[in-house]
Design a protein around this ligand. Sequence first.
Ligand code: NAD
Length: 298
Amino acid sequence: MTNVGFIGLGIMGGPMALNVLRGGRSLTVFDTNADAVDRLVAAGAKAAASPAAVARASDVVITMLPDAPDVERVALGPNGLRDGFKAGSIYLDMSTIDPQTGRGVGAELAKIGVAMVDSPVGKTAEHAVKGTLTLMVGGEPDVVARVRPILDLMGTDFFYCGGPGAGHAMKLVNNLLATALIAVNSECLVAGVKAGLTLDVMTSVMKTTMAWNNQLAIAMPARPFKGDFEPGFMLRLAHKDCRLAARMIEALGVAGPVGKATLAVCQEGLDAGLGGKDVGVILSMREAPAGATVRSQT
Ligand code: NAD
């Protein structure tokens, strides 16, 4: 597995691809954004003219694309990976998409002898640069074992979640829960300030109760409580993840009222033109109409 292909060289995929290159693999890349390709070529990668051309040059192809239709198009569309893959190659999708789409693509590729692994990632662009991402991995164990050395070039926290699609499912339930926590934290804290409570009192009490969570402990103090709503993790990506999670939950026959409410909160932010802000901007969406702010003293 020395010849690696990489498609989707954006905020996350760009540095992840660089780490694969620095790990001594021969790398062939494609992206619809020529500047993103040029950055990798300057570092020693080869450019290909299409996903099919990437697949022809590679034993394993990685995608890090925005959304499920992008993955379907790149894998199965005209001049897609399917048109270039040799039997025995492996397709490794690291995008955050839904397990239904991932498994559908995997089933099509299995017909030509190509196995698929899903490994969406957790943490941030900074961790992508450092190669310290969380890897949520789904696939047949023997296939996962073959791509493990490549995954280890991009991440340090490796979690085998189960068979094909398990990584995608893990990522969606994780991100829906994380976004729901920001939404409910924001609602409760702004209400608390309006009721005369300070942030310090609220967090001091909550630290001792079942209300405490990592958004309150880590993410909200880092940015939103300082009035910083720049990304970070963009609201439009959180919206996409909640949309895919709500769809998955519905397909599984599980009632999902909180997921739908969280998606509606994200949609409210997109409608207000805040999609490019950090997901923590949900706090400001509750602050502004209430005429109250939730800010740390430090
Ligand atoms: P991005 O928009 O920065 O990068 C996506 C790249 O894919 C772009 O370079 C774009 O030109 C390319 N692309 C889109 N369609 C293409 C196509 N048809 N063919 C070839 N290239 C195409 O997005 P990102 O922030 O790097 O996110 C990628 C994935 O990682 C998303 O699924 C996202 O949800 C997930 N993710 C992002 C973060 C984060 O903090 N940004 C963290 C974890 C996971």
